[in-house]
Design a protein. Structure first.
Lengths: 194, 194
DNA sequence: TGTCCATCTGGCACTCGGTGTCAATCAGGC
DNA sequence: GCCTGATTGACACCGAGTGCCAGATGGACA
């Protein structure tokens, strides 16, 4: 680990902390990149060297978590039915990115109330979908490239949709109930089975 | 129908036609608002008086179709199970907005290949979700305002996700198979039943 | 230690989407 | 013919994001 990457990580974390603080106080849309750059002591141009978009500060490592979910899915027993395997894979990956439950709640609310953030969040879920679908195709014994076989896409997309619905409900409910329980209830409603 | 609203409708249609032609030849991102305004013979400012965003030219009346789906859902038999009722409601609303199948195919491909369009399209689906959920809550006998009851949201969101998956597959397959068949296959994969 | 190279940084100019404002225009009712 | 209200174009402005370039800084090597 060279000094370069160490300072880079430090700056990365500093920008994230500074920006999130501004977002949670002023609101996402009311905070400009110039505000963040000024507060973090860097130039506006440098901000874009660490984050491609303003939304990436909030949703940054979502892509990385997709990879974790994919790995968790691969480990599931081969004879488990795809839906159960997907649900289990999602369960096994917790949100370790947040310090407190309150912070996580505030971020969830912000994401679901800010259209641009919501849209980006859904785009990330689409990436997860693309990452998880091949494994489900394999488990279904489907042709990996047949565009007419929509079963795997539908299963993966629906499970992720349940996660999204659960997340929104969790935010609306003020985090009073474990997110997992809401997800299980959503999944059960869609796929039958109590 | 006054002359004002007649000319307004005419201009609206003219902008749509001009813009769609540019989108389908140059691509969505490569077409600027100035291009559209110049080609349609209006000012850049006037464009934004007819369309809130560039994406709205492509996805304009999607919100209106949501209302049609809601009405179709209301008409379904009261004792039909929610999933079946939702699927039937979606079936009953066809895409009447496109002249030819080829044009519809081109637009679908464009939407699914352009991130900003894809995101907006999903946002419109979220609006549909909000419109359809109350009726499903009613059919489930659920408290209309209980944030912890996620069944209705999950059902509606999953059905719409199936529609989205089917639409994407339909585009990838070059429209070789009826969209309805792909939707049915996706819905069946998710909700059990072969 | 001094030199060279790669990387990082800040600043500038630019594009593009989108908004507020204001004066000019134009249809329609009196 | 005149007043009212909607529409229009033009201009200025903002914020996100990008390309470019000169300068600073750390690392490797002689």
């Amino acid at each position: 680990m060279s000094l370069w990457s160490r300072t880079r990580n430090a700056v990365y974390g500093e920008i994230t902390r500074t920006a999130m603080e501004l977002f949670l106080t002023r609101g996402f849309d009311a905070t400009t990149i110039d505000d963040i750059a000024a507060a973090a002591g860097i130039s506006r141009r440098s901000f874009f060297r660490y984050f491609g978009t303003k939304e990436d500060v909030v949703l940054g490592d979502l892509a990385a978590r997709g990879e974790l979910i994919r790995q968790a899915l691969e480990v599931r027993p081969a004879d488990e039915d795809p839906w159960t395997a997907l649900c289990a894979a999602l369960h096994s990956v917790k949100d370790a990115a947040y310090e407190t439950n309150e912070e996580m709640l505030a971020v969830f609310k912000m994401i679901h109330q800010t259209p641009s953030l919501r849209a980006r969040s859904i785009e990330k879920h689409l990436q997860w979908q693309a990452m998880l679908t091949p494994e489900i195709r394999r488990r279904l014994g489907a042709d990996p490239d047949d565009p007419l076989d929509v079963r795997a896409e539908a299963l993966v997309a629906s499970v992720l949709t349940c996660l999204d619905v659960a997340g929104e409900a969790w935010g609306r409910a003020g985090g009073r109930v474990p997110l997992e329980d809401l997800f299980d209830a959503a999944a059960a409603a869609v796929h039958g089975r109590p």
